[in-house]
Design a protein around this ligand. Structure first.
Ligand code: UN1
Length: 508
């Protein structure tokens, strides 16, 4: 019997704890919150500590006391523990997957992909333990050596979202650890179990006490972490509004901050595209994870010559997508995360219905009856004939809603794709290599795909966006090391005398 069914039957709700200094502890507040299944809110996944600033103080103190020893542990040794972590994640993939679907709603296959992304990130980034390359260069003066190496930044606060409950925490945690930092994670309040699973695996792998700490809860512990004087770095993924508040608070305290925020990603479908392939990609990009990806294909920019054909095929398939509980293997589109998200998405659908000349081509309704009664379900929704500048074309909806926009020339399409405040991901479907390369050159996004959707980034390439999506950092790849380490330039003068750079003449 699945955990969900077992728990429902026994009517027993498991309690989970914060992890501070290697101990599993409740919040100083003594309060708890419920983590519910968004497909069935009568199913309580667990109770989690509703943490406060006091809990954050304790977690930061634990991270501080573990910092020196961890920093001095040779990076290849830190990495060995992380490889063990990868093994543990791999061994438990099935359980993590099911628990993730239960708390977050995404269908089992996608939850499996999320756990797999955490596994990939762990193996890949652990490999950096034997690289973490610095460089040497020539000094200006004779008998003097110059080199550069990475050093950890200190205590890192990681604030993670709901939509990739294990992958995104891993993108932050693993590079932070391999670089020699200690961390406090504030888990996403809708998906705390997946973070707990990741951290329990860290404990089992032998990561020393205090190196990884977790506090669960809502805004209070998040704000306390951002505000804490001993926290040197904040890495945040979430909404643009919250990101801006965090960035301002970090600026006041002179903290390093990396932000990964919204997107309004688009797929361009050219008149020479393989239409069936473009339709499949667009369905996956728009409705995968119920559109709750920063990378979701929330705009489809389609050439006028193939517009009618594309819309017909796309809408026909969108109508057939099976919405339901992600634990049912037949489900293609799961619920959205919570009531607030559902209200926001339905509000955007209402805005789209009202917007002049946009056509609601399918969907548009919340599903509230029968099997959908206790969940947050919305029909896959397609607006056609959308014009540049409409709100549903400009603003991030973060739900199963996409807007189809016609265009006449590639330059016009590129202008539409670039004409939003975000810049995370873009894509073009075309058979013409010239058009493909021209588009990848002109699309001002952090990620660009040719002949596939805007989703599906791999962990060994940099992930992040331009403009309103971020603040110039990139997660994943080796580029993430630039977030979680700082450069140190080291000069060694072995001349045995005072040599003044920029001042002494060097005899040639
Ligand atoms: C996100 O949407 O916040 O590229 C992350 C993708 C996934 C990660 C998405 N690998 O769609």
């Amino acid at each position: 019997m699945s955990k969900a069914k077992e728990a429902k039957k026994s009517n027993k709700t498991e309690k989970y704890y914060n992890y501070i200094g290697g101990e599993w502890v409740k919040s100083a507040s003594g309060e708890w919150f419920e983590n519910v299944n968004p497909a069935d809110t009568t199913d309580i996944v667990g109770r989690f500590p509703k943490s406060t600033a006091e809990d954050v103080d304790q977690a930061v103190a634990a991270a501080k006391s573990a910092a020196t020893k961890w920093r001095r542990t040779p990076a290849p040794k830190r990495a060995e523990i992380l490889f063990r972590l990868g093994e543990i994640l791999r061994a438990n993939k099935e359980r993590y997957t099911e628990e993730m679907t239960r708390e977050m709603g995404k269908v089992l296959k996608e939850a499996g992909g999320d756990v797999q992304e955490a596994i990939d990130c762990t193996y890949y980034t652990a490999g950096e333990g034997r690289r973490l390359h610095g460089f040497t260069t020539k000094a200006e003066m004779p008998n003097k050596y110059a080199m550069c190496e990475r050093q950890p930044v200190g205590i890192c606060g990681l604030i993670t979202p709901f939509n990739f409950p294990m992958a995104i925490p891993s993108w932050k945690l693993i590079p932070a650890l391999v670089c020699g930092n200690t961390v406090v994670i504030k888990s996403g309040e809708d998906v705390p179990l997946s973070t707990i699973n990741l951290v329990k695996a860290c404990e089992e792998a032998g990561i020393p006490k205090g190196v990884v700490n977790v506090v669960n809860g809502f805004a209070e512990p998040g704000a306390a972490l951002v505000d804490h004087d001993d926290v040197r770095l904040i890495s945040f993924t979430g909404s643009t509004d919250t990101g801006r508040i965090i960035a301002e608070a970090c600026a006041r305290k002179n903290k390093i901050v990396s932000l990964e925020m919204g997107g309004k990603n688009a797929i361009i479908v050219m008149d020479d595209a393989d239409i069936d392939n473009a339709v499949e990609g667009s369905l996956w990009g728009a409705f995968g994870t119920s559109g709750q990806r920063c990378t979701a294909s929330s705009r489809l920019v389609v050439h006028k010559k193939v517009y009618k054909k594309f819309v017909e095929k796309f809408v026909e398939k969108a109508k057939k997508l099976k919405v339901g509980n992600g634990l049912d293997p037949k489900t293609e589109v799961g619920p959205v995360i919570n009531r607030q998200a559902m209200d926001k998405i339905m509000n955007y659908i209402a805005i789209g219905r009202d917007e002049d000349k946009a056509t609601l081509a399918c969907g548009g309704n919340a599903l509230t009856k029968g099997a959908y009664k206790h969940g947050y379900f919305i029909e896959p929704t397609v607006f056609a004939d959308v014009k540049q500048g409409m709100r549903i074309e400009q603003e991030e909806i973060f739900g199963p809603v996409t807007a189809i926009i016609p265009f006449a020339t590639l330059d016009e399409a590129i202008e539409i794709v670039n004409g939003v405040k975000y810049g995370l991901s873009s894509a073009i479907y075309t058979q013409d290599v010239n058009q493909a390369f021209y588009a990848t050159q002109e699309l001002y996004t952090g990620i660009c795909y040719v002949n596939s959707a805007t989703i599906g980034a791999e962990v060994h390439l940099p992930f992040g966006g331009t403009k309103g999506t971020g603040n110039g950092h990139r997660e994943a790849g080796t580029q993430v090391l630039d977030i979680f380490s700082e450069w140190k330039a080291i000069y060694v003068d072995y001349s045995g005398k005072l040599q003044k750079a920029q001042i002494d003449e060097v005899e040639i």
